[in-house]
Ligand binder design. Structure first.
Ligand code: ACO
Length: 311
């Protein structure tokens, strides 16, 4: 009966074992996972746009090959994550419809523009750096398919982060103009990267329950702090400064203290009013419509093979 199933679910989570698709789970657990995994998947595919913008303009063949591979990785991450979401009983097509209708979110970070080549470096270093800090703990998420998808995704994200760091290192030690371009990109991406971790703990409605279910392993503020502690020495190694006059080492806590985040900006971006929200969604909807023939062809091909197998 339901009480026994619920107890078994609680025991499985408490024992650090995994919940698998066929296991009983509370409806709210299923809903939370669908919400988070779908949002994560949407972020991966929307996240292809800001960098895709530079594929035709990468400064060398080597840079172009690397960027192309990176953007393809993001498409792959999206596919893994949609597949993980489908194990919860939803259909990928439904999730895409919700994204296109603005009824499911994607990460705030992808609503900022990429006007210069250095933005590709800053996205790799800061955005993918933040993504790793957030996603490594998800490899220990209580839901098996999500946790397992995260293992390969994190390995690929590490490569993405290194390539971003390398671009910025190259620019930072280049001509004064290149150094200035790198600094400008870091100035623009720093604060939005801190916002990626979500609202502060006392304004994060989903955290307590997701932590209890071991979907989240650390709070938004804990992960944000971990990211800042990692980024400050890396900025020094790059010879770039972070745009926060209040950033300082606090020996007592063993952490870097940082200034106040502009949460008004974050909420505006979530409401659809960021610099590129409309552009990102329009582009996504157009790509989806223009790709209809591919989906139809795949369906026709599958139907033909099913008919042959049945004959
Ligand atoms: N961008 C957009 N929405 C956000 C963001 C953000 N950076 N941070 C929080 N939110 C949303 C939440 O989805 C939630 O909205 P909802 O209830 O309508 O879904 C609301 O703000 C309140 O936030 P929380 O209660 O803190 O939500 P949650 O517990 O889901 O934590 C977090 C947010 C940390 C982003 C979590 O969902 C998570 O770890 N997701 C997986 C990682 C991910 O999605 N990464 C995508 C970007 S990285 C990349 O793809 C390269």
């Amino acid at each position: 009966d339901e009480a026994a199933l619920a107890e078994r679910f609680e025991r499985t989570v408490a024992a650090e074992e995994r919940i698998e698709p066929r296991d009983w789970m509370p409806e709210a657990y299923r809903k939370t996972l669908i919400r988070q995994i779908a949002q994560h998947a949407h972020s991966e595919i929307i996240g292809m746009q800001p960098e895709g913008n530079w594929i035709t303009r990468a400064p060398s063949l080597r840079r172009k090959a690397i960027l192309l591979a990176k953007v393809q990785d993001e498409a792959g991450h999206g596919l893994y994550l949609y597949s993980a979401a489908e194990t919860l009983g939803v259909d990928r097509a439904e999730l895409l419809d919700l994204l296109h209708a603005g009824r499911q979110k994607y990460s705030s970070i992808f609503n900022y523009p990429t006007p210069t080549w250095a933005d590709v470096g800053a996205i790799g270093w800061l955005v993918d750096g933040a993504a790793i800090v957030n996603q490594v703990p998800i490899t220990r998420c209580s839901y098996g398919p999500y946790a397992r998808a995260m293992v390969r995704i994190c390995k690929e994200e590490s490569f993405h982060q290194r390539q971003g760091f390398e671009i910025l290192h190259h620019l930072s030690s280049g001509t004064p103009e290149q150094h200035a371009m790198a600094q400008d990109a870091v100035d623009r991406w720093w604060w939005p990267s801190l916002m990626m971790f979500g609202p502060p703990d006392d304004a994060s409605p989903n955290s307590a329950r997701s932590m209890a279910w071991k979907i989240k392993r650390f709070s938004n503020d804990e992960l944000r702090q971990r990211f800042v502690d990692m980024a400050v020495p890396q900025a020094e190694a790059l010879g770039l400064t972070l745009p926060d006059p209040e950033l300082r080492w606090d020996a007592e806590s063993g952490h870097y203290r940082f200034g106040a985040i502009d949460w008004t900006e974050f909420h505006e971006v979530l409401r659809g009013n960021g610099p590129c929200n409309a552009l990102r969604v329009e582009h996504r909807v157009r790509a989806h419509e223009e790709g209809a023939w591919v989906r139809e062809a795949a369906d026709a091909y599958a139907a033909k093979h099913a008919a042959r197998a049945g004959a």
